[in-house]
Design a protein around this ligand. Structure first.
Ligand code: GDP
Ligand code: IMO
Ligand code: MG
Length: 423
């Protein structure tokens, strides 16, 4: 039996979907605990690419229980769209479970996400405009609509009416937007509620019982450590907890039930959206990494910002998640770069900084301190065994391990299930 939590160790898009898919084979239950369809997890199986946003990546196997936990903000329309895609690809949805406490993303959340970003102008956060922040705002304000309310037509009508009245005042009077119509939303969304009702359950009980009966449970992280609303690069973060603690809150289980925390990172760094990025490469090398690594957002298609690997960030991820091991993806993307720089600390005003700064204003003006390692030119994408990697590729991995004091358990050399080397 094992209970493993998998987290993104950077700014998201580290290739979590691929690793989850690989680990899901030996899991009985796969659980998403926070975020919503701001996440985009790519899984490539037998040449077919799946892009999962809300449904746990375990759905691509038969007989896995796939849980959408209480910490998720769930867009019913998006989820049903995704369920239809999964069905069309011949996969079963029998194992899908949705916690009754998960909050529902409604059209006013999406409208408000767009309007508030527009009003912020140049100071925008660069959100995915999926209504994630506004939905978590309602949760914290205690006016949110949960799945248990949503699937009860009377309660849904009552709560929706109250909320639309208030949101319309904000939309029209604060932002100068167009009001939303209760009847239109109610009629459309009650149909979604009917479709989703059979999947709704108390997932906290389900996951707890699975762990207690010795099942293998895998927690599927979304986003990444630096996007955490508490410890991330605030305010350029998402509105939830992508760090390991988020699994407990977002599933309703205690921390002593988790055995291992696996961090997933890329062999370099990327970020979508705004905010400081010390090792960003605004040059030819950055462009090459973007092209070769296909660094364009799964959800919004935006070009991802690219830069050198930053061990200050990974050291932070080790600490805030209690990482027990690391998976390093996309080594193949670095092939052909003669010299590879790795940031080991920052320097600001002559002072060496090894712990990721608390405040982004502190981060501004931090100069990366680099160590330079030899690159490799061999095509590594067909290599099946860690020991067969070029010596300089192994040195790169071992450099990461030594600097972080955490074992690298897996190395990614391509997007497919079989392009993952166990170290
Ligand atoms: P996630 O959000 O963390 O699941 O990551 P995304 O799916 O948003 O982005 C990761 C991208 O990298 C996807 O297109 C994956 O198919 C791809 N990918 C994952 N691992 C590797 C790897 O080792 N090599 C290459 N070339 N691509 C990878
Ligand atoms: P996966 O799970 C990368 C980023 C957005 C934006 C910020 C806030 O695929 O790794 P939001 O819409 O959440 O309010 O946007 O967070 N963001 C992600 N970046 N990968 C993700 O998920 C992300 N989810 C949110 O780009 O900068
Ligand atoms: Mg992604």
């Amino acid at each position: 039996m094992s209970v493993t939590a998998l987290v993104g160790a950077q700014w998201g898009d580290e290739g979590k979907g691929k690793i989850i898919d690989i680990l899901a084979e030996k899991s009985d239950v796969v659980v998403r605990s926070q975020g919503g369809n701001n996440a985009g997890h790519t899984v490539v199986v037998d040449g077919v690419t799946y892009k999962l946003r809300l449904i746990p990546s375990g759905i691509l196997y038969d007989n896995k229980v796939c849980v959408i936990g209480n910490g998720i903000v769930l867009n019913p329309k998006a989820l049903i769209g995704e369920m239809n895609e999964i069905k069309a690809s011949g996969k079963s949805l029998d194992g899908l479970k949705i916690d009754a406490r998960a909050h529902v993303v409604l059209p006013y959340h999406i409208e408000l996400d767009g309007l508030s970003e527009k009003l912020r102008g140049k100071g925008d956060i660069g959100t995915t405009k999926r209504g994630i922040g506004p939905c978590y705002m309602d949760k914290a304000e205690r006016s949110g609509i949960r799945m248990c309310d949503f699937i009860n037509p009377e309660i849904f009508a009552q709560k929706l009416k109250t909320n639309i009245n208030i949101k319309n005042k904000i939309i029209v009077d604060v932002y100068g937007g167009q009001p939303l119509d209760f009847d239109t939303i109610y009629n459309e969304y009650t149909k979604y509620a009917e479709t989703l009702a059979p999947f709704v359950t108390d997932a906290s009980v389900l996951v707890y019982n699975a762990i207690k009966s010795g099942k293998n449970v895998l927690f599927e992280g979304a986003q990444g450590a630096l996007l955490d609303i508490d410890v991330g690069t605030y305010p350029y973060v998402t509105s939830s907890h992508p760090t390991a603690g988020g699994f407990c809150i977002g599933t309703g289980i205690g921390p002593t039930l988790i055995d291992e925390v696996l961090g997933v990172c890329k062999s370099y760094t990327t970020r979508v959206g705004k905010g400081p990025f010390p090792t960003e490469l605004d040059d030819e090398i950055g462009n090459n990494i973007r092209q070769k690594g296909g660094e364009y957002g799964t959800v919004t298609g935006r070009a991802r910002r690219c830069g050198w690997l930053d061990l200050v960030i990974l050291r932070f991820a080790v600490r805030v998640n209690g990482l027990t091991s690391l998976a390093v993806n996309k080594l193949d993307t670095l092939t052909g770069i003669d010299k590879l720089k790795v940031c080991v600390a920052y320097r600001k005003n002559g002072k060496l900084i090894e712990d990721f700064p608390v405040d982004i204003s502190e981060l501004e003006g931090c100069e990366p301190v680099y160590e330079t390692l030899d690159g490799w030119s061999e095509d590594i994408s067909d290599i099946k065994c860690y020991n067969d990697l070029p010596a300089s590729t192994k040195k790169y991995i071992e450099f990461i391990e030594n600097k972080l004091g955490v074992k690298v358990a897996m190395v990614g050399v391509g997007p497919s299930r079989n392009q993952n080397l166990i170290k």
